[in-house]
Design a binder for this molecule. Structure first.
Ligand code: NAD
Length: 512
């Protein structure tokens, strides 16, 4: 028997009075707040409800925004050096609590604890970057732009910023958003995914311990209605979103109409092009790690290998060996290499894609999608899948599957491969494996994607750069990390004249 979908489970939970169940409250004005209806949080490896999260309503949102707005003036006036000191302490505390965070991520998301530690370390990079605020947020000054006139530009924070984050990185993406937002002097309301909300509360508590004042960082749980209330609220200034493309598009549109700044990162269909001269063992290792890591639920997971020329049979065989060897199990078990997908709904969706692709003519090199995991009958597991001979016109090529499914598309020439990368509607990441500098240079120039890898399968740049896709993978024009200073700040240009003389009335518009 499979467990009911999240929607049904929520109905069951509404009547539940299990006092043993962990509660995941909001964090408002520097304190936990348990108000609102409850929503079940399920361990996807066991299918068992492990917690219940409080969902906000309009009144709770109003209260949270009021606290964030009230905290803004003092935090904005705090010197960047002091804000940086708080971020340094925050980073140290996050480091100290890495294991606790990783276990919490694994329990609610399902990824292995080891992978979750990696996620935390990427999040730490974001905090480290933001702590360089005194250096990175310098303004500009030009002396003598007119006679005894100087012009300068200073960055000013926006006010109450909102961040809506996906389930797949419950620590890294919140940290990428809130670090630069807070360093800049904004207050920040995080609305994490309701599917794995627990780690966000730990983040808020550690931030408070580090010295982030009450109201400066808020965590509000909820779903669509809470997101829309936050976007429409007259006292919120900007909205950052990371999640699926349809929701990103809707949020971009709604926030723009409300006159808010908005950056919305969406889904992906990341291609890895295999040139005939590539080292096939290196390619197969990279593809396996990038397609099956975190059960394929990374926005930069490689989902599509475009194989050029006559190496496809050899690569398919190497992929078969590797995909068969991946150890699937509970993410809390150190021997597991791959955990479950996030929910039964996701399991059903992914298996459906695989079934229809095979029925439509794709060859199953490996299909472990329905393989049971011992002792975990109720878990939402989907084992690794490798499908060969996939047509670019097929449903599985056209859509984001967001599971451990790798498709192989065979093409004759490098130009055909490049054309697929160019015309795919998503443009988050794209990689090429080759020994040819000429092909590599052409690829890095011509691939239509925001993040490009050369002999690197998941080319997420370090925090000193930016995480940002192209095409349907982003709505708005700024990414996360170092790309978001301009998003979370607005320039003020001051022209000042310090001169005792008078110049007389002159109604003309004179050159400087
Ligand atoms: P999702 O779009 O379902 O949800 C993301 C967030 O939006 C959650 O907080 C959710 O509660 C909220 N939400 C869901 N539906 C909503 C609606 N109709 N209106 C308003 N808010 C809504 O995404 P997910 O399943 O949590 O995450 C996986 C997706 O995120 C994948 O598509 C993945 O590619 C994408 N992703 C992209 C990046 C990137 O950098 N481009 C990074 C990570 C994840």
């Amino acid at each position: 028997m499979s467990i009911p979908s999240a929607n049904v489970q929520a109905t069951i939970d509404a009547t539940r009075t299990d006092s043993e169940l962990v509660g995941i409250p909001h964090w408002i004005d520097g304190a936990v707040d348990k108000s609102g209806e409850l929503w079940p949080v399920i361990n996807p490896a066991t299918g068992v409800q492990i917690a219940q999260v409080s969902l906000a309503d309009r009144e709770i949102v109003d209260r949270a925004v009021a606290a964030a707005a009230a905290a803004f003036p003092a935090w904005a006036a705090t010197t960047p050096t002091r804000r940086a000191a708080v971020l340094h302490r925050f980073r140290a505390l996050l480091m100290e609590h890495t294991d606790e965070l990783a276990v919490a991520i694994s329990a609610e998301h399902g990824k292995t604890v080891d992978d979750a530690r990696g996620e935390v370390s990427r999040g730490l990079e974001a905090v480290e970057l933001a702590a360089a605020v005194p250096f990175l947020l310098k303004g500009e000054l030009s002396e003598q732009t007119g006679t005894n006139i100087d012009t300068f530009m200073a960055w000013h924070p926006l006010g109450v910023c909102v961040g809506i984050t996906p389930f797949n990185f419950p620590v890294m993406i919140p940290l990428m958003m809130l670090s630069v937002a807070l360093a800049s002097g904004n207050t920040f309301i995080l609305k994490p995914s309701e599917q794995d909300p627990g780690p966000s509360l730990l983040i808020a508590q550690l931030a408070a311990e580090a010295g982030v004042p009450a109201g400066v960082l808020t965590v509000l749980h909820g779903r669509q209605q809470v997101v829309e209330t936050l976007i429409d609220h007259p006292d919120t200034a900007a909205v950052s979103f990371v999640g699926s493309t349809p929701v990103a598009r809707a949020i971009y549109s709604r926030a723009s109409q409300a006159g808010k700044r908005v950056q919305a990162m969406g889904g992906a269909k990341n291609h890895l092009v295999v040139a005939p001269d590539a080292n096939l063992d290196a390619v197969a290792d990279a593809l396996s790690s990038a397609a099956f890591g975190s059960a394929g639920q990374r926005c930069m997971a490689v989902t599509t290998a475009v194989v050029v020329g006559d190496v496809a049979d050899a690569l398919a065989e190497k992929m078969r060996e590797r995909a068969m060897n991946v150890v699937v199990g509970n993410g809390a078990d150190p021997s597991s290499e791959m955990g479950p997908v996030i929910s039964i709904d996701a399991q059903v969706r992914i298996r459906g894609f695989v079934e229809r692709a095979i029925a439509g003519g794709a060859t199953a090199v490996v299909d472990r999608s329905t393989e049971p995991v011992e002792g975990h009958d109720q878990g939402s597991f989907v084992g690794p899948v490798v499908l060969d001979g996939v047509s670019p016109s097929s449903e599985i090529y056209q859509n984001e599957v967001f599971g451990p499914v790798l498709i192989l598309v065979r093409v004759e020439t490098f130009d055909e491969a490049l054309e697929l990368v160019r015309t795919n509607r998503y443009g988050n990441g794209a990689s090429l494996f080759t020994r040819s500098g000429l092909l590599a240079r052409r690829f890095q120039r011509e691939a239509q994607a925001g993040m490009v890898g050369i002999n690197v399968p998941i080319p997420v740049p370090v925090a000193a750069y930016s995480v940002a896709g192209w095409k349907d993978s982003i709505f708005g024009d700024t990414g996360l990390n170092n790309g978001s200073w301009r998003f979370y700040n607005r320039p003020k240009y001051v022209t000042s004249r310090w001169d005792e003389s008078t110049s007389g009335v002159d109604l003309g518009f004179r050159p400087n």
